[in-house]
Design a protein around this ligand. Structure first.
Ligand SMILES: [Fe+2]
Length: 418
């Protein structure tokens, strides 16, 4: 028993809604595990071995690496710690496929993941099958008490893999966008249509509101402790900012007007020559955007996507509005009053990614999951078109650096003139 195992037992508590405490717990675990694992393979299926190798920038990882790393997570933290007699599939894979867990040992350089022509994609498929068979066998043979103890860890592993499923889309899109004859991941894929219902603005009256995850169901540690916060008065835009609105910002010189921008933001925009959202290209006077279906005309009615925090902040200033805080977003989303809170674009908030009052990272390797990133990043709320089914929550805190653009990121506005 290591620090990791004891930490895993506390992180987070079991989820009674998903895994029953009846005799079918083993079967519930098997089904949940295989469902998530097969979704990863479904997402990888359209990708050739060459597609799976590419790392088009340091922030993106090869699809093959995502498939292997998520497998290593179960091998390292579940089988390695809890399954007596388990032998790792390959002695070098822990080094190759550990991401950032210092406690779990040395690891391959993050920006060199695309150099790994070997192991081949087919080897990773064999690795996944080996670990899947071992995990299923373990679930089916373990004592009920053991299953109860490892359930929280399995939940973390499954949610971790779902996070990488989203990254598989964002990362392959970035790679395909570098190709002068941009390929389609799925020619039939369509950007989700926005919802329009209700008034344009939702008023939140001043009050003390519940924030954070208060239940026992699955959550990441950064969603706790639940606490109370003063919110409002404020109006939140019920709708996501659209491409048409963004085009108006562009046509008004938004990208070149330094007074609209944070200093770091304008420096990034100037250095990188930003003139439109990431993946936008002007062809014969018409804006196009690189999507999972290839290069498509920009739809004015669709939500703007692939904008950085810096751009979102400048747009808000140009609009005479602001970005909401994550607390304001959560209060409005809890009331189910925001159109497209989930499923199209993650929404930038102006809240720094910092710990909730009283937060402490758990001990052991899994304490590295979230806590050590709580500086210099901004919180995004909601979920995106790439987020897997069942992975969204009103308390979910995503986070990226303010210059990041390759995720499916957009925004909605806040207005304090109430
Ligand atoms: Fe990971």
């Amino acid at each position: 028993m290591t620090q990791t195992a004891s930490a895993a037992a506390k992180f987070p508590p079991p989820a009674p809604s998903r895994f029953s405490e009846s005799g079918s717990l083993a079967q519930d675990l098997v089904e949940a595990y295989l469902a998530v694992r097969s979704e990863t393979e479904r997402r990888a299926a359209p990708l050739s071995a060459e597609d799976q190798l590419i790392q088009s920038m340091p922030d993106a990882s090869p699809a093959k690496w995502h498939r292997a790393h998520t497998t290593w997570f179960f091998e390292q933290f579940l089988l390695g710690e809890h399954c007596a007699g388990y032998q790792p599939f390959h002695p070098d894979y822990a080094f190759l496929f550990n991401s950032y867990y210092v406690s779990a040992g040395p690891r391959h350089a993050r920006h060199r993941r695309g150099d790994l022509t070997r192991p081949a994609a087919a080897d990773i498929t064999a690795y996944r099958r080996h670990v899947d068979a071992a995990v299923v066998k373990f679930f089916r043979s373990a004592e009920h008490d053991t299953l109860m103890r490892i359930t929280p860890l399995v939940e973390v592993g499954l949610n971790h893999e779902q996070q990488h499923q989203e990254l598989m889309f964002t990362d392959i899109l970035h790679a395909f966008a570098q190709n002068p004859i941009p390929p389609a991941y799925d020619p039939a894929w369509q950007f989700p249509a926005s919802t329009r219902k209700g008034e344009d603005w939702l008023t939140l009256n001043e009050g003390i509101y519940a924030i954070g995850h208060a239940e026992e169901s699955f959550h990441f540690d950064n969603e706790k402790p639940a606490h109370r916060a003063l919110v409002g008065p404020v109006k939140l835009a019920r709708n996501l900012v659209t491409n048409a609105e963004w085009l108006a910002f562009m046509q008004d010189g938004g990208y070149s007007n330094a007074t609209l921008w944070l200093m770091d933001g304008f420096a990034a925009a100037s250095k990188e020559q930003w003139q439109a959202p990431f993946y936008w290209r002007e062809i014969d006077g018409q804006w196009h955007i690189m999507t999972l279906a290839g290069l498509k005309p920009v739809d004015p009615a669709a939500a703007v996507c692939h904008v950085s925090y810096y751009e979102a902040d400048a747009f808000a200033r140009w609009s005479g509005k602001h970005l909401p805080t994550e607390m304001e977003w959560e209060v409005a989303a809890r009331a189910d009053q925001l159109n497209d809170a989930f499923g199209i674009v993650w929404q930038w908030t102006r809240s720094a990614y910092s710990p909730y009052p009283g937060y402490r990272a758990i001990e052991g390797a899994l304490g590295e999951y979230n806590g050590k990133f709580m500086v210099n990043q901004l919180v995004l709320r909601g979920s995106s078109l790439a987020t897997p089914e069942g992975h969204s929550r009103v308390t979910y805190r995503n986070f990226f650096y303010p210059h990041h653009r390759w995720q499916f990121t957009g925004l909605r506005l806040a207005d304090y003139s109430v």
